[in-house]
Ligand binder design. Structure first.
Ligand code: CO
Ligand code: CO
Ligand code: CO
Length: 320
């Protein structure tokens, strides 16, 4: 939506609203820039502590996706104090604060309003070197695409809301969403990634489409190599899919060419709206091994799921 509003002009605004990048970047000096982002949402799991931790990991993710180092954060909270116990609010804030502590980020304040539905998130400020910003526009033809968390979060959280998720899936998706993209970010910086984004509401295909478009390239996805949460295709086959997921695929429309052997459950999963998803990293093929090693050393998943090449910018071909 911000793209409809005239962009402010400043020579120090290095990344603003005109690209679909994860965070804004403002240069303070030759070797220092601010990275800023804000994210908040309604609960995605029933446990208030984990909801807080997930919202915090998700808010930090946009700084990590750009290769920045988060420094401070402000809580943004909405809460129905007349209908829900304040103990619930305390647990949400504790989850957020502990996750910030894990990330080495200092919580400096925040604001709470009265609202019928709880919502929580944070505005995060970080630092980055102006010459080392990893945007979604830097990918080159031949780059490999590496994903660092399995897909299917939107489908899994929809199954939780409908009481149809197994305990094992609830635990796995909760822990996954609360996992920081910090170590994935460190690994991509170490390996020299060309471009990156985190996978959130627009799904793998939506965020990849933005990265490919900004980089002037076409993408290929090898669907069989994309890591998925357990049981996700079975849930998708039963129509347990958030409303944002078909909308994502509809919005992409003819930009995506899907091999006809790919079934509807997998198609939906590739477009599934994620919360606190992994990083999608574009890396030179000669550095792919170094990236996978750097991820493995840090205990982070690294799945090579496709590549970028010449072609109509922003288009995606999905092969089995
Ligand atoms: Co993002
Ligand atoms: Co965001
Ligand atoms: Co205030």
């Amino acid at each position: 939506m911000l793209r409809l509003i005239p962009a402010p002009a400043s020579p120090n605004l290095l990344v603003g609203t005109t690209t679909a990048d994860d965070a804004g970047v403002y240069r303070l000096s030759e070797d220092l820039a601010l990275v800023q982002t804000v994210d908040f949402f309604a609960p995605v799991v029933d446990d208030p502590y984990w909801f807080g931790a997930i919202a915090a990991a998700n808010a930090l993710s946009d700084v990590y996706a750009m290769g920045g180092r988060p420094l401070t954060a402000l809580n943004i909270t909405a809460f129905p104090s007349s209908t829900l116990s304040l103990d619930v609010l305390a647990e949400i804030l504790r989850g957020g604060a502990e996750k910030m502590g894990e990330a080495g980020v200092i919580l400096v304040g925040g604001h709470t309003i009265e609202d019928p539905e709880p919502k929580y998130g944070l505005a995060v400020t970080g630092l980055i070197h102006p010459d080392r910003i990893i945007t979604n526009a830097g990918a080159r033809a031949g780059d490999r695409l590496v994903l660092t968390k399995p897909l299917g979060v939107g489908i899994a959280t929809t199954a939780i809301k409908r009481g149809m998720a197994s305990d094992a899936l609830i635990e796995q998706v909760t822990v996954q969403m609360a996992t920081l993209n910090r170590f994935a970010s460190e690994a991509m910086l170490e390996a020299g990634a060309h471009a990156a984004t985190d996978i959130t509401g627009f799904g793998l295909l939506g965020h990849l489409g933005e990265l490919a478009l900004a980089s002037g390239l076409a993408a290929t996805i090898w669907a069989g190599s994309v890591p998925l949460l357990p049981g996700i295709l079975e849930l998708a086959a039963q129509g347990i899919v958030p409303s944002g997921t078909p909308r994502n695929l509809e919005w992409l429309g003819a930009r995506v060419t899907m091999d006809p052997v790919i079934g509807e459950p997998l198609r939906l999963t590739l477009g599934d709206a994620q919360t606190s998803g992994g990083l999608l990293i574009a890396i030179d093929p000669t550095r792919e091994g170094a990236l996978l090693e750097a991820l493995r050393e840090r205990g982070v998943l690294g799945a090579v799921i496709g590549e970028l090449g010449a072609g109509t910018a922003g288009t995606i071909t999905v092969l089995p």
